[in-house]
Design a protein around this ligand. Structure first.
Ligand SMILES: Nc1ncnc2c1ncn2[C@@H]1O[C@H](COP(=O)(O)OP(=O)(O)OP(=O)(O)O)[C@@H](O)[C@H]1O
Ligand SMILES: [Mg+2]
Length: 232
């Protein structure tokens, strides 16, 4: 699904978080949102996902203002699983809550897609590793066959090896299922590896945009400082 954002503004009381954000999310592509901590990345995707309202601007989903949000799915930044539910109950959360008991085949197929051994079906989050929790959270986000998936820092808290594995997995599942993906990350390496297009947000404005394979050749000074970790 194509999503276009024009001149978006968002304030929390006096805190003007997003001043003028314009971007295009292309259908079946992987779009990366980059920016310093606190610049409004999570707020931006929550607005697109209609979890937050906004003051000014336009969001067009396939050219229209209204959209059935059921086609969207989100892997939240601290998208913890429910500790009191098993991995399978977490993955099938909506159907589990509706007391639908016929989800096991679907859950097992998703577990296989995200590289979770079936022996984990009845395990609780506390009994599995951080990487396995991320895989289960990804399976939960895929459960409703979304057309668009938002991934907020999907590799946070993982070591480099597990981050790489999760990045590879994300690329594999979104390409295989032809999902439009919007990923927030601090990690340039992940952006280059998993993204088609990127937007860099700073001081409430879209400061730089382009193709992920050109990130390192940017001429934009602020973006360069962000990439190299320099203060600015
Ligand atoms: N529900 C809210 N109420 C009030 N202020 C909020 C709310 N959500 C976010 N903010 C503020 O909006 C700003 C941007 O927050 P956001 O979570 O989008 O940052 P971020 O870019 O995702 O940062 P990080 O990389 O650390 O996750 C922050 O100043 C934050 O305090
Ligand atoms: Mg965030």
């Amino acid at each position: 699904m194509n999503i276009e954002i024009r001149n978006l503004q968002k304030k929390f009381n006096d805190n003007e978080v997003l001043k003028d954000i314009s971007l295009k999310i292309e259908k079946n592509k992987s779009t990366i949102i980059l920016g310093q901590s606190g610049c409004g990345k999570s707020v931006l995707i929550k607005i697109i996902y209609q979890l937050l309202n906004y003051e000014k601007g336009t969001i067009l989903y396939e050219g229209k203002k209204n959209i059935d949000i059921d086609k969207f799915s989100m892997l939240f930044q601290y998208g913890a699983l429910f500790d009191s539910l098993s991995l399978s109950e977490n993955i099938a959360f909506t159907d589990y809550m509706d007391n639908k008991i016929n989800y096991s085949k679907k859950v097992k197929s998703l577990m296989s897609d995200v590289g979770l051994d079936i022996s984990n079906y009845h395990r609780y989050p506390a009994e599995v590793s951080g990487g396995m929790k991320k895989r289960a959270a990804l399976a939960r986000a895929l459960y409703k066959n979304p057309k668009v998936i938002f991934l907020d820092e999907p590799t946070t808290g993982l070591d480099p090896i597990n981050s790489d594995l999760i990045n590879d997995l994300i690329i594999k599942v979104i390409k295989k299922r032809k999902i439009t993906a919007v990923t927030i990350t601090h990690d340039i390496k992940s952006a280059i590896k998993t993204g088609d297009n990127f937007y860099f947000i700073d001081k409430g404005i879209t400061q730089e945009e382009g193709r992920c394979d050109n990130i390192l050749s940017t001429k934009n000074k602020i973006f360069k400082s962000f990439i190299t970790g320099a203060r600015y």
